[in-house]
Design a protein around this ligand. Sequence first.
Ligand SMILES: NC(=O)c1ccc[n+]([C@@H]2O[C@H](COP(=O)([O-])OP(=O)(O)OC[C@H]3O[C@@H](n4cnc5c(N)ncnc54)[C@H](OP(=O)(O)O)[C@@H]3O)[C@@H](O)[C@H]2O)c1
Length: 249
Amino acid sequence: MQALPWKVVWITGASTGIGREIALQLAGQGVTVAASARSADKLVSLGPNIRPYPLDVTDRQAVLATLETIEGDLGPVDLAVMAAGTYSPLDVEKFGAPLFEAAMTTNYLGVVNCLSGLLPRMFRRRRGHVAWVASVAGFVGLPKAAAYGPSKAALINLAESLKVDLELRGVTVSVVNPGFVETPLTAQNDFAMPFLMQAPEAARLTIEGLKRRRFEISYPWRFVLIMKLARLMPYGLFFRLIKRTVLKA
Ligand SMILES: NC(=O)c1ccc[n+]([C@@H]2O[C@H](COP(=O)([O-])OP(=O)(O)OC[C@H]3O[C@@H](n4cnc5c(N)ncnc54)[C@H](OP(=O)(O)O)[C@@H]3O)[C@@H](O)[C@H]2O)c1
């Protein structure tokens, strides 16, 4: 197996699901992983190459202090994978701002907070790789995803906006767009999830893409293709399809 190009990787959202699997697979291949999430107890037992750095990514000061500690302990972060995220399906009958605020604060501003700490450091070194987990739900608006989807669309737009500027300063940007992956996050879905994947496979595909320094890492490809075609459809056709296939109306 080809050696991985990173010595130290910082992962947020590493206590469960996709982030946890990425941490386990990278650590298994000899990388030192700094693992962050709010649940400190779930981070301590992850494995020998995985060091716990509990953190709430919505707390900007804590993010900056934690990164300082990580780099003090382990050396420069070569790659940061920002996977911390929250999802609650929206019931339009109970429409309210808090769900939207939570999605934007954790999913979107959580990444911005991490970048605020990472970028000055990486610019000084003129090297580094930053990656964040958006979603295929950021490609098009979908029923029940009215709070979650916009936070993921914002993350895709953020990556597109930053890519060239960061590259000119030696920093690589990647955006990861998974389809449905079986994790605690999707366990609350009460509908059949098409092309459902397991977290180890999602983590493997993510690491493969990161190794190749790809800008966009989207999977599984069949679902990605359908969602990208949906984005190109005339709205009339798109909404008819949504009505028939998703809402069964
Ligand atoms: N599963 C899917 O189908 C799917 C599809 C597309 C995109 N995604 C995205 O993939 C990422 C990982 O999701 P997952 O499916 O693996 O879900 P998950 O198992 O629920 O993992 C979410 C992770 O984020 C952490 N987290 C949540 N809020 C946080 C905060 N404020 N500060 C720090 N950490 C926080 C959680 O740990 P604590 O609760 O301990 O903090 C947990 O480690 C998310 O960004 C999600 O939106 C998932």
